[in-house]
Design a binder for this molecule. Structure first.
Ligand code: SF4
Length: 135
């Protein structure tokens, strides 16, 4: 795909109040990579609803990113494992996620690899979208 054909997403800092903002840990293990791909999939398939945003910028204290997290329609934390790094970063910044998911509790083993099963991504992305749609 050429750059001209790249999918353009709504600016998360401009549209956060109309978006469910997704934060993933992107951990360097199977579960972190599944969580990252789930965030990518939800953003690409439903860009008017979901938007993956920069957890590292929130951790770093970026004013712009802290503001967008605070005004998000919903704040969705996708943790890889029981360390819950996304949730802890939000707590350190005085925020709580609206929804919290943990990939290791979704039948995905934490393995020291960057490989993952696409079927797990599809299954968990569908579950998260359905859970949030139900409110
Ligand atoms: S939540 Fe688990 S997988 Fe994700 S960054 Fe933290 S330790 Fe790594």
């Amino acid at each position: 795909m050429t750059k001209e054909n790249w999918q353009r997403l709504p600016g998360c800092h401009q549209k956060a109040d109309n978006l469910d903002i997704i934060l993933v840990c992107d951990g360097a293990a199977s579960v972190g990579q599944v969580g990252h791909e789930v965030g990518v999939k939800l953003t690409k398939v439903m860009p008017q609803e979901f938007r993956l945003c920069c957890l590292a910028a929130i951790a770093a204290g970026s004013k712009l990113h802290l503001e967008l997290a605070q005004k998000a329609k919903k704040l969705i934390a996708i943790n890889g494992c029981g360390n819950k790094c996304v949730t802890k970063i939000l707590e350190q910044r005085g925020m709580k996620p609206t929804y919290e998911f943990n990939i290791v509790e979704e039948d995905v083993e934490k393995v020291p690899t960057l490989d993952f099963d696409e079927a797990d991504v599809d299954r968990i992305a569908t579950k998260i979208a359905q859970t949030i749609a139900k409110g």
